[in-house]
Every structure is written in structure tokens, then in C-alpha cells.
Design a protein. Structure first.
Length: 154
């Protein structure tokens, strides 16, 4: 994906699906935190193998969007992110912006916990649903070349 697009994209994430809308293009895929949790995560935090299998599924699920949507900024509602914003930054009023780098850092923390870092060293929520949400958003940002995630209040 090239960095030349400057579109704004809205994403709607439900338990079982993801819908992306950019200009006149819409892509819906069967990808949601509940499905990822149910199909891949047996531990909390997930094991490295569980994370890897989930990431592969997420990448494959996003494939229909690769040539149609991407670049610019991604907009999502707070309520759909299952605590992600509180983990990365305290909740406040109005929209918050999270960079792709901040989401990568959060993923690195999750990966370290999955590899055995004591949970006392990182306040990551011990919730597989949270981990699935983080993975989906991280993969969206990375593979569809979004620079920032704007968190919208309902």
C-alpha cells in the first residue's frame, strides 16, 4: 500500500465482524474479537502460538480490503475498543488519537507477556477479548497503512 492516499476511513467493529468505509467504498469481513477469542485463545494472556495463528487469520480476513481501502486515518468509536484506549492512554473527553507506533508498542507489550513476562511488570488487562481487539486494530493500522486511530465518543 502506498502512502499517497489521504482518505479518512471509518471502522465498525462488532463481536463477529468488521466493516470499513472509505469514500464510496465499503468492505465487510467476518472478523471480530469474539470470533478471534473463540477460535484461537485458550490462555490469558494468549500464548505466542495462539497470537501467531490469530494474526494469520486476521491478515487473511483483511485481504479483501488491501486494494480497496487504506492510507490516511482510521476512525472508530470508543465503545468498540474494549478498553484499548484506557490501556494506552487515560480516557478523556472528545476524540483521542493513537498513532500506529503506539499500537505497535502495545502489541510488543502483549507479546512479551505471552512469552512469560510477569503480569506484575505490565498492567495489561488479563482478558483475551482485549488481546483480540488489540490484534485486529494493530493489523488494520499496519496492513492498511493507517497513520493514526481517532477514537470517537458515541
Amino acid at each position: 500500500m502506498t502512502g499517497t492516499r489521504t482518505f479518512q476511513t471509518s471502522a465498525t467493529l462488532s463481536a463477529e465482524s468488521l466493516s470499513l468505509v472509505q469514500s464510496d467504498r465499503t468492505v465487510s469481513v467476518p472478523l471480530g474479537p469474539q470470533r478471534i477469542t473463540r477460535e484461537y485463545f485458550r490462555h490469558s494472556p494468549p500464548t505466542p502460538v495462539e497470537l501467531e495463528h490469530a494474526i494469520q487469520d486476521i491478515e487473511d480476513s483483511l485481504h479483501p480490503a488491501y486494494r480497496n481501502i487504506g492510507g490516511g486515518n482510521l476512525h472508530m468509536r470508543y465503545a468498540e475498543l474494549h478498553g484499548l484506549q484506557e490501556f494506552l492512554r487515560p480516557a478523556g473527553t472528545g476524540a483521542r488519537v493513537l498513532s500506529r507506533d503506539e499500537l505497535e508498542t502495545a502489541f510488543s507489550r502483549l507479546a512479551a507477556l505471552s512469552e512469560g513476562r510477569p503480569s506484575s511488570q505490565d498492567p495489561l488487562p488479563p482478558d483475551a477479548h482485549f488481546a483480540a481487539t488489540l490484534l485486529i486494530v494493530r493489523e488494520l493500522m499496519h496492513h492498511l497503512d493507517f497513520s493514526n486511530l481517532y477514537l470517537e465518543k458515541p
